[in-house]
Design a protein around this ligand. Structure first.
Ligand code: B12
Length: 143
């Protein structure tokens, strides 16, 4: 008599595993915020909400944002060693000549802010993190 419910549960589990989208449903995606700002220019700070797949990379979340919101676009180039390098956001590109680039920060829910130690192709954002894309300069005190 105990076999029937067990079989039923196994069939249900199998069905769940085989149903397309069941294990990657949109509700598993975690919300994150993307802030676009510059400490060089007086452009207003922009804020966007997007989402990241379970253990998904920042690049995926930025692509999802670009595909769903016409006010956000970005480009990147492939570096042979470190992968995607964020080149431009909303048409504003970093420049070797001017020593400008897009710096990537993360603000955790406890408000601590750090520069990520990897690029957009490697960083895995967690729920409710704020990703800050800041247009800035390197060697900013000597150029
Ligand atoms: C100088 C430098 C920079 C400069 C490069 C500008 C320039 N033209 O010199 C600037 C300030 C722009 C920079 C930015 C960043 N960097 Co940097 N950078 C370095 C550093 C110290 C030396 C690179 C170098 O000159 N190599 C010698 C030249 C001859 O070789 P190259 O292949 O031509 O070098 C190029 C690449 O390294 C590229 N580059 C530099 N940083 C990064 C980061 C990423 C993710 C990518 C894809 C490419 C890239 O720019 C260099 C010049 O074109 C290395 C550490 C090291 N000691 O190697 C870190 C390093 C490569 N950077 C790193 C990081 C994390 C970043 C940032 C993501 C930091 C941030 N949170 O904003 C950003 C990139 C953001 C973005 N827009 O995508 C990490 C990469 C680790 C990883 N696995 O992803 C490293 C290894 C340092 C670390 N934290 O360990 N960086």
């Amino acid at each position: 008599m105990m076999v029937k419910p067990a079989l039923h549960s196994a069939a249900l589990l199998l069905l769940l595993l085989l149903s397309p989208g069941t294990l990657t449903a949109d509700h598993d995606f975690a919300p994150i915020e993307v802030i676009v700002k510059s400490n060089l220019l007086s452009t207003p700070q922009l804020s966007f909400i997007t989402s990241v797949a379970p253990r998904g990379i920042l690049l995926g979340a930025l692509n999802r944002l670009m595909n769903s919101n016409t006010d956000f676009k970005f480009t990147y180039r492939e570096d042979p060693n470190y992968g995607p390098f964020l080149e431009s956001v909303n048409g504003l590109a970093g420049s070797q000549e001017d020593h400008t680039y897009w710096e990537v920060f993360v603000q955790f829910p406890n408000n601590t802010i750090i520069a990520t130690d990897v690029g957009i192709g490697c960083y895995i954002p967690k729920e409710n993190e704020k990703i800050i894309l800041n247009f800035t300069k390197w060697w900013r005190f000597s150029n």
